[in-house]
Design a protein around this ligand. Sequence first.
Ligand code: SAM
Length: 361
Amino acid sequence: MAKSVLIFPAGMPRSMAYLERALSEGKSVIGSSSLGHDPAREHYPKWVHLPYVTAPDFDEELRQVIADFDIDGIFTPNPVVWDYLNRGIAESFPGVTLINPSPVASEVAPYHKALQFGASVLSEPLAVAGAGETRPSVSALEIAALFHHADSIPGMCDHEKIRALCELFRHAPAGDVVEIGSWWGKSAFVLMRLASCYNIGNLLCADPWSNEHLIQNDEKGLVDRVSVNADEALTVFQLNLLPYAHGSVNYMRRPSVDAAVEYRRSQQVATAAFGETHYTGRIAVLHVDGNHSYDSVRADVLAWADLVLPGGWIIIDDYIWPYGDGPQRVADEFLRNQLPTIDCAFVMGGALFIKLDGVAD
Ligand SMILES: C[S@@+](CC[C@H](N)C(=O)[O-])C[C@H]1O[C@@H](n2cnc3c(N)ncnc32)[C@H](O)[C@@H]1O
């Protein structure tokens, strides 16, 4: 018969998350804590009380529980309990292992990753040549903080793209930052934070957040058949950006072409979630990441690109995209037609980054 896993203390958030995973894998799980009444108890198939780890009879009681429930693994996200067990598990509880690595190491690992990213952005700057002002970089700590928060937001903005964005904002004029296609807000968060760090301007997100506009006509239909909820995506976007927005972010829940008409008409945008935001009507950074069909990307670029300032940036996401070539065809046409007005262009993280020539007034 399969052995069982003990989760102790069973009510901690990491314990509850492990419980869900263990049950879905068909493991036999016993929950335990030292509280007289633990509300987590009702979520566990089996439950047993253990004294606090500081109690003189803790080891003896735990040995009894191990024998009674045929336990061969213990999951504990509590750093003190983990450390106590880790020091003497082989001698005191033979045949039992700790399932999870050190909780302290696990909790700080993402921060280490972020700090490494921040340090590497500063130590390996991209050679973005071109006219115009180059701002000194913000600190490695600032970049690490941006990376860490961005990493907690689900979405389609990978680390290489974040690295390129960190660099290009140093070479951008002041003006609005516009994103076409924001979904859950991952790239929007990065754009908003960099625009604020480098005093570029406010961020406007144009996205209809509607299932109808998600049809991309991708080559094999694999993208179009994924089930999504656009209303929920807008709520997730709001949850991700609200704490940092402070009046510097807003959105138009419209297809980008309609949003461009509205943006040309008025540079004030108000929503219940974000309040009122003022824009200048001239774009420093344009991020095109809406519907990826050729017709849509072309319409997006036609509707917005002429508003980008000299020295400003146009980013066409998914220039390299496994599901179709809409972004790449539009981007290549743009490069061909606008060649004399382009300062530099490069592909990174699958996106094409284009810097327009000139210096904004
Ligand atoms: C790939 S997702 C954006 C991902 C996001 N930029 C990120 O990096 O996390 C594409 C988004 O484009 C939006 N979209 C589709 N058609 C659009 C249109 N015509 N104008 C603006 N956005 C559109 C979709 O609603 C969806 O949110």
